[in-house]
Structures are given as C-alpha cells and as structure tokens.
Ligand binder design. Sequence first.
Ligand SMILES: [Zn+2]
Ligand SMILES: [Zn+2]
Length: 178
Amino acid sequence: MSGEPHIEHRAAKPPAWRPDWDTYFLKLAMLASERATCPRMHCGCVLVKDNHVLSTGYNGSLPGTPHCYDAGCLVVDNHCVRTNHAEMNAICQAARHGMALAGATAYVTNLPCTACAKALIAVGIIRVVIFSDYHDSLAERFFQESGVKLDRLPMPRAEIHYDLASFSSARPFDEGKN
Ligand SMILES: [Zn+2]
Ligand SMILES: [Zn+2]
C-alpha cells in the first residue's frame, strides 16, 4: 500500500448520456419548467454566459398573487395573462440581482412568444436555444432582424442519471444507523 498519488481509470470513457453544454442547459430549462404554475403551458428559461448560469425562470404568477392551478387561468383572447412568461421572469430575476445579460445565451423549452423575444433582444441576448416551437410567434423574424442566433436542438432526455448506490465514495444517509 502506498499513499502516492496515482491515476485510476474506472471506465474507459465517459458515459454515453453525459450531456454537452447545450443539452445540459436545455435540461436545466426543463427542470425550471417543473415550477410553472399555469396548466396551459409549462415553460422554462435559463440565461447563461461563459457556461455560467446567470438567471432562471418559469412561467408563473407575480409574487404574492394566486397561481392558475389554484385560482384558474385569467384568459384574454384565448391567452392566459395571469403569469409572467419564463423568459420574462428570468430577465426580471436578473434585474433584481443586478445582473447584466448582454452577450448571454437564452436556453428555453420553446420558441419565445413575440413579447419575450423582443425583451430578450433588448437586454442583449445574442443566442437562443430551443427544442420546441410556439404558436403565433414573430420571434424568428425579430431574431433575424436583430442578428440573434436561433438554434433548434433535439429535446434532451428527461431523466436524470444519478446512481448513488454505484458511487463508492458516497454514503447514503441511513447507512450505519442500524
Ligand atoms: Zn394560466
Ligand atoms: Zn413569452
């Protein structure tokens, strides 16, 4: 036995499901969408710069106001207007914390609506990554006119891979209690 530092290879290569950066942030956007409060749509948004998460958001009611799931949707012209959209909430959260968004990428579960697309452009987002489309949106047109890159990527697999039992350094909470 020696205490000398040495290299140990447990696997010949990383697991096939290890996500690249784009997939990772899209997956985080999917996770954020789980907090959505409107049954009509679940949307998540993650704002990222230099692979650093600046802000996250999901479509939800304003602070202190009821959720659609509790109070019902507030519908105008077949749109629920009770919530702020995910992109808007991510921008608002960044504003609350004094975060500059110029040069950042927006990872969103779906194509932004026209209003959110304009807000993303105005705060300086330079790239938008999505895995699904959205009805009646002029986002693509505005992105094109403003030079914002739009990338449509495949929807990431929704499961999270975490095999606690297989990690030799991990200790489950209940171990040793008996
Ligand atoms: Zn609603
Ligand atoms: Zn929107």
